[in-house]
Design a binder for this molecule. Structure first.
Ligand SMILES: [Fe+2]
Ligand SMILES: [Fe+2]
Length: 171
């Protein structure tokens, strides 16, 4: 039996989750280099979450007996000197991931793949949470101000958000 069109779409989404982890590692490293330990903790913890998303997708492909093809990872670009821009870059990335998941949902619907449609609902909700989290961080940075004297307070604020997210089981 030929694989449905959703098989390729799901394989691409699995690779997207791995690319996301790669970006979060680079963003976390950017913060470590600037002694922003609260921000790095949140971003590196989030990289772990992206890996669990990747494994969820991988397990689904295994269950469906669809092909699993890992793709080359592009260099993650974290080309900024501003912490606000760093989180904006993350938010923009998450919006692109959300678009990809929404396209996959449409594809599953169009090809009557109810199982994949149901499976993807968890990711739809997860993306909603992630967008909310990173938009929330940007809003707080805007309130505090992104100047060199604000970095200590921004990092403290993000550390508190990271701790409360960990206590409630993640973003
Ligand atoms: Fe994810
Ligand atoms: Fe994400």
């Amino acid at each position: 039996m030929p694989h449905p069109s959703t098989a390729t779409v799901m394989n691409d989404l699995m690779n997207g989750e791995l690319r996301a982890a790669h970006l979060y590692w680079q963003a976390g490293a950017w913060c470590v280099e600037r002694n922003l330990n609260g921000c790095s903790e949140l971003l590196l913890t989030h990289a772990d979450e992206e890996l669990t998303h990747m494994k969820k997708m991988l397990n689904y492909l295994v269950d469906c007996e669809w092909p699993i093809r890992f793709q080359a990872l592009p260099e993650p670009k974290v080309d900024t000197e501003s912490v606000q821009e760093l989180f904006q870059l993350i938010l923009d990335h998450e919006k692109k991931v959300t678009d990809g998941i929404n396209r996959a949902v449409k594809e599953a619907q169009a090809s009557d793949d109810h199982s994949t449609f149901e499976f993807l609902q968890w990711f739809v909700m997860e993306q909603r949470e992630e967008i909310k989290t990173f938009q929330g961080i940007i809003d707080r940075i805007k309130l505090i101000g992104d100047g060199p004297h604000s970095l200590y307070y921004i990092d403290k604020e993000v550390a508190e958000m990271s701790a409360s997210m960990a206590a409630s089981g993640g973003a």
